[in-house]
Design a protein around this ligand. Structure first.
Ligand code: HEM
Length: 256
């Protein structure tokens, strides 16, 4: 949310908006992963929609438009107060001019896609990495040694973790073993079309920093009542069938 909307949500202060956002993302995932007869037989839409896909989409669209258009409007109003080095993705879209200028509806669509596609992928990759590290304590230990060497003042920043070879290898190896391919492909999307991720760099930087902070600060061990299970389930992305549960032990000598 920070890099796309330039907004950090405070669970106490922004509880209502946060809940609305979470609910909309969940509903979007449900709708995209639901089997929809009309993808194959569009004319069926008029009299057979057992999962109420059409009706639910019609309800979701104005909610998304209201929330995202409100954020765009806030950015327009605060334009003069914002410094360039705190620019976010909304500012970038608003700054487009001439032939590149976007209509508001297009901006809403682009921003929603970034939120929607950027959240589960980054969270799931982090979850897979942490699961593998719980199962491989020797790798976790080696990673901690690398992170201890890189941390200045006990804290880790983007730039400190950017070039750590072992951390990079852990992230890439997890992506190789648990690839995050999205499963949907509509009838209009030809088989040979290669889709690529425009948020790849942002996603990898985010996951790398999260993992670095989690592993530097804590030692992660099995929760014996809920052992790590690497079984997969393919929804929009490849998820853990049994969400990760693990125990975090504060590492001694690392300041909080
Ligand atoms: C490490 C995290 C991420 C992984 C593993 C990942 C993975 C992918 C993959 C495999 C695809 C293409 C496959 C498909 O949908 O058919 C994709 C598409 C996409 N991703 Fe990511 N992604 C990540 C982070 C992000 C972030 C942070 C954003 C935005 C802020 C983002 C935005 C998008 C968008 C908009 C598309 C659709 C592109 C299109 O339709 O042509 N992703 N992602």
């Amino acid at each position: 949310m920070g890099s796309v909307f330039g907004k950090r949500y405070d669970p106490a202060r922004d509880a209502e908006e946060l809940e609305e956002l979470r609910d909309m993302v969940n509903e979007g995932f449900d709708l995209l992963s639901a089997f929809n007869w009309c993808d194959y037989l569009p004319w069926l839409n008029y009299f057979y929609d057992p999962f109420r896909i059409h009706e639910r989409c019609l309800k979701l669209v104005p909610r998304v438009r209201k929330l995202v258009a409100g954020i765009i409007e806030d950015h327009r109003l605060n334009k003069s107060r914002r410094k360039c080095d705190s620019c976010d993705f909304v500012d970038v879209l608003l700054s487009l001019d001439g032939e590149e200028k976007l209509e508001e509806d297009d901006m809403v669509a682009v921003l929603w896609e970034m939120i929607f596609r950027g959240t589960d992928t980054t969270a799931l990759l982090t979850e897979w990495i942490m699961a593998e590290l719980v199962l491989h304590p020797e790798i976790q230990e080696k990673l901690q040694r690398e992170l201890d060497g890189a941390a200045k003042d006990g804290n880790l920043t983007d730039s400190e973790v950017a070039n750590l070879p072992y951390l990079k290898a852990v992230v890439k190896e997890t992506l190789r073993v648990h690839p995050q391919a999205h499963s949907f492909r509509g009838p209009g999307c030809p088989r040979q079309t290669r889709r690529i991720c425009p948020g790849k760099n942002l996603g990898l930087v985010t996951v790398t920093l999260w993992v670095a902070k989690l592993v530097h600060q804590f030692q992660w061990v099995q929760d014996l009542a809920n052992p790590v299970d690497l079984s997969e389930v393919l929804r929009l992305s490849c998820e853990m069938k049994k969400p990760l549960q693990a125990v975090a032990l504060q590492r001694t000598g690392v300041s909080t």
